[in-house]
Ligand binder design. Structure first.
Ligand code: 4AD
Ligand code: MG
Length: 446
């Protein structure tokens, strides 16, 4: 009897035994005396050899095409010296059965899509369900899972409690212009932009908390790092100072990277997708916003703002300038102390300079901002004032404001875009290839 195996089973004891494998054809190479199939099963790849005329079932090359689903039986062997095959082994097929045929047009489609990696290409996006069957796309998705687990493990070790805040809400966090609004039984409601406010409400009962949930932004621009729906790793820490928040962020990112690289399978995906990856050295560069403005203006030629003028204090550092800066400095940057006016209502002001907030963006080469975080305003009256200044009616926020009424505390936290982290780690040009099915303006399928 043949033992059914998955292709991640690399046990040496299987060599010389007869096994049974379910999978799909990834590649076909027909030679005179044998046909070589590269079979994939979602766990690995295997070379299957079908010697012509030596099978219990009549062999017909026409039944084989890319993605044909089949079951194969045969003896598992070490590949002969000088031959190359995944894991150094091959299956000498003695019987097979096609379970799901595939027309041979797929090769044409996937060739077009893999040749054209342009993330703006409609054919590429329409065929995402097929593109995902490719080796690179599936490697990114496997790595994504490992990244998520590395975050979970890191937070567990740091004694953070995982929670799951609601996605359907009636409050904004990051500005009204990117809210997705919908009708909630006759009331106006939104898809959440961030779970931050909810995390803040539970630190008194649960201690430090985190979540990995979807966030939604009605981004009206098409950039390579913006999605309408993305996975948001968010954490909130109680009884801390701003420096504690920065130290934690550095430690957290460092541990997540260590865990991924220590995981053999995940490290192999990193190597495949981003062969040059090395863990950034610690400590990360810390730079104040005001110094970044000076730095941008000091370049030759100066890196200009969105209006084409030199940067002035108070300007947003736009995506292009930020990317230039990160690429030139070429190491992670903790950019801190952004002006009050360009940051969200809840951010705590710096006591030594009330023009700026205790805020941080973490910038990574190739991607730019992957984290946004800050200390939170702890004073009740100051928060009420901040709602007013930002034109936010405070009533719907009563549950958030109450955190300041019942035992307020110095606390802070951050949000990290999982797709952006993955784009950095796996050297992806865009976050669109870092999620199963990307959502952005003009695209809500497949
Ligand atoms: O900087 P943001 O808007 O900060 C917040 O939402 C805070 N409330 C988080 C917190 O403190 N708990 O978003 C945080 C991160 C960004 O740095 C970026 O990595 C990611 O979320 N992000 C997006 N990723 C993909 N597509 C978008 N449209 C994104 N918007 C933000
Ligand atoms: Mg931000």
């Amino acid at each position: 009897a043949a033992v059914r195996i998955k292709l991640n089973n690399k046990s040496a004891e299987l060599l010389g035994t007869r096994v049974k494998i379910f999978g799909r054809i990834h590649q076909i190479r027909a030679q005179k005396h044998a046909t070589f199939l590269q079979v994939k099963d979602g766990y690995g790849l295997l070379q299957a050899v079908l010697p012509a005329g030596n099978l219990t079932k009549t062999y017909d090359a026409l039944t084989f095409a890319q993605e044909t689903a089949l079951v194969l039986y045969g003896e598992l062997k070490t590949v002969p010296e000088g031959h190359d095959a995944p894991d150094g082994r091959e299956l000498q097929v003695d019987y097979y059965k096609v379970l799901g045929a595939a027309p041979s047009d797929l090769e044409a489609i996937t060739n077009v899509v893999s040749r054209d990696q342009n993330p703006w290409d409609a054919q590429n996006l329409d065929n995402r369900h097929l593109v995902l069957r490719g080796e690179n796309a599936s490697a990114v998705m496997k790595l994504r899972e490992a990244v998520e687990l590395a975050f979970v493990d890191t937070y567990r070790e740091m004694s953070f409690t995982k929670v799951s805040p609601p996605a359907m809400v009636q409050t904004q966090v990051e500005g009204g212009s990117t809210l997705f609004k919908y009708d909630y039984y006759g009331e106006e409601a939104y898809l959440t932009q961030s779970s931050q406010l909810y995390l803040e409400t539970v630190i008194p009962s649960l201690g430090n908390v985190y979540c990995i949930e979807k966030s939604f932004r009605a981004e009206k621009s098409l950039t390579r790092r913006h999605l309408s729906e993305y996975s948001h790793v968010e954490a909130e820490l109680d009884f801390i100072e701003f420096d504690d928040l920065l130290d934690h962020l550095e430690e957290m990112i460092s541990q997540v990277v260590d865990k991924i690289l220590a995981n053999k399978e995940a490290a192999a995906y990193v190597k495949l997708l981003n062969p040059g990856f090395v863990k950034p050295s610690l400590p990360f560069l810390r730079m104040k916003y005001a110094d970044a403005i000076d730095w941008l203006n000091a370049q030759d030629p100066p890196i200009l703002n969105e209006e084409g003028a030199p940067h002035a204090f108070g300007d947003d550092i736009a995506e292009a300038a930020e990317r230039r800066m990160t690429d030139l400095i070429n190491r992670p940057i903790f950019l801190t102390h952004f002006p009050v006016e360009i940051k969200a209502f809840y951010m705590k002001k710096d006591e030594s300079d009330c023009r700026v907030t205790e805020s941080v963006d973490v910038l990574m080469p190739g991607v730019g901002e992957i984290v946004g975080g800050s200390m939170r305003m702890e004073d009740y009256d100051e928060l009420i004032e901040a709602y007013k200044k930002n034109d936010i009616g405070h009533e719907p926020y009563y549950w958030y404001t109450d955190q300041r009424k019942y035992g307020t505390s110095p606390h802070g936290g951050y949000g990290l875009g999982l797709e952006r982290f993955l784009a950095w780690l796996a050297n992806q040009h865009t976050v669109r290839t870092c999620t199963l099915y990307s959502r952005f303006m003009g695209r809500c399928k497949p």
